[in-house]
Design a protein around this ligand. Structure first.
Ligand SMILES: Cc1cc2nc3c(=O)[nH]c(=O)nc-3n(C[C@H](O)[C@H](O)[C@H](O)COP(=O)(O)OP(=O)(O)OC[C@H]3O[C@@H](n4cnc5c(N)ncnc54)[C@H](O)[C@@H]3O)c2cc1C
Length: 384
């Protein structure tokens, strides 16, 4: 298989994931327990939260691919822990890194990189999912204060995160033109959370609504003013690379478990792998995982000097990896028979999580629309 540029850090990440989080993963899923602040700070001490952030704020200044290698190793073993690494390296902190002012970077990035604080992103709303630009949350600026009103839905780390990069209407301009982003701190008067969602997967990664009722934040917290939606979505490509990697990790973990199982489990007096139809299923799993890996690697390698990957390659990778993870975990469950249907083998958990990653960050259908749009160099207005 392909040469690994990040073998050293990958090995360290795999060791920590296996030894520290391996024994906790099942329980975190069963009881929906998030990673604690102490655990997150330990990830920070190991340098895992700032890999793709500049050194002047405490990061490593390494390529995105290195952060993805660490996300992948944790993602195979324990998604709640992997989520923290994903969020810090590829999530909203990248919006601060790429689009924030120097003062904002100094103010917010070091605490994210050390693990002291964690950040979530609020884009989706009850009536604005795939149609993100239909969002209605507003931020009205008067006398140096932004007053935020509205509701955000499906926010991963909602209630748990200390800081929220909230996409909202910062001007009256219609559609995408009025949208920008403002950072809101947990604890600000008028900012509250809905009940924790009981999701099919993503357990141990809290999710809730965000409610903003005349929430006042200083103008200095505006990260991107109105009109910057395309810039925000440019940086969102980095988040999609993290999402792609989570799906890749899930598929790889299901494949690894299956490769072991088919040689151990015997029926009709011989190991499962001796049956040709099992060989074909396993070969399909390998094909799907390897195709997703190549597309993910190609997208990561496409990053320009500013660290921004090519959006077409990102959509190709995300769509492929999301669908691969659902299919490969399904095949793995089938090959494991009754054992695949138990919690003990961890395959149903991988399958449940695979579905979540395929919805988060824009569905495969929306990625397909983007792929055609990028290929043909034209926009397809979904409203007409
Ligand atoms: C586990 C999880 C974590 C998430 N984390 C976050 C988060 O941290 N922050 C955040 O802001 N959001 C988050 N989301 C929200 C996520 O981004 C949205 O759920 C997603 O964009 C889809 O929006 P929707 O659920 O409203 O579905 P809808 O937009 O209502 O779509 C429903 C179905 O219709 C299809 N569809 C929609 N429009 C079209 C079209 N034009 N053509 C063809 N088909 C179409 C979709 O592909 C989908 O299959 C998360 C979601 C999940 C499930």
């Amino acid at each position: 298989m392909a040469h690994d540029d990040y073998a050293e850090i990958r090995q360290l990440a795999a060791k920590v994931a296996r030894e520290v989080y391996g024994p906790l993963a099942e329980e975190m899923d069963r009881n929906r327990t998030p990673v604690s602040r102490e655990q997150r700070m330990q990830l920070g001490e190991l340098g895992f939260l700032g890999i793709a952030h500049p050194e002047e704020y405490g990061g490593s200044g390494a390529p995105l691919g290195q952060a993805l290698a660490v996300v992948e190793e944790f993602g195979k073993v324990c998604r709640p822990a992997a989520f923290q690494i994903f969020e810090a390296n590829t999530g909203p902190a990248q919006v601060i890194h790429h689009l924030g002012s120097e003062e904002q970077k100094q103010r917010w990035l070091p605490a994210i990189i050390s693990g002291e604080k964690t950040m979530a992103v609020g884009i989706s709303e009850p009536d604005a999912g795939s149609a993100a630009t239909d969002m209605r949350t507003t931020g009205k600026l008067t006398d140096g204060i932004v007053v935020v009103n509205g509701t955000k839905r499906w926010i991963s780390n909602g209630g748990e995160a200390d800081q929220y990069v909230v996409y909202c209407r910062l001007s009256d301009a219609p559609g995408a033109k009025g949208i920008g982003a403002v950072l809101v701190e947990k604890g600000t008067p008028g900012f509250s959370f809905g009940a924790s969602e009981r999701l099919m997967g993503f357990r141990g990664i809290p999710s809730s609504d965000l409610y903003f009722d005349n929430v006042e934040v200083p103008e200095e917290n505006v990260v991107v003013p109105a009109g910057g939606f395309s810039k925000l979505f440019g940086v969102f490509s980095i988040e999609r690379m993290g999402n792609t990697t989570m799906s890749l990790a899930i598929g790889q973990a299901a494949l690894d478990k299956t490769l072991k199982y088919v040689e151990e489990r015997e029926q009709f007096g011989k190991p499962l792998i001796e049956f040709q139809s099992i060989q074909v299923m396993v070969a399909d799993m390998v094909l799907l995982v390897e195709a997703a890996r190549l597309l993910r690697d190609e997208a990561a390698a496409s990053a320009d000097a500013a660290g921004m990957p090519d959006p077409l390659k990102v959509s190709l990778a995300k769509c492929t990896a999301n669908e691969m993870a659902k299919r490969v975990t399904d095949l793995a469950m089938q090959i494991h028979g009754g054992n695949g249907y138990t919690e003990e083998y961890g395959l149903e958990r991988l399958h449940r999580d695979a579905h979540g990653w395929a919805i988060a960050g824009g569905t495969p259908t929306m990625q397909r629309i983007r792929i055609v749009s990028e290929m043909l160099g034209r926009k397809f207005d979904q409203r007409r």
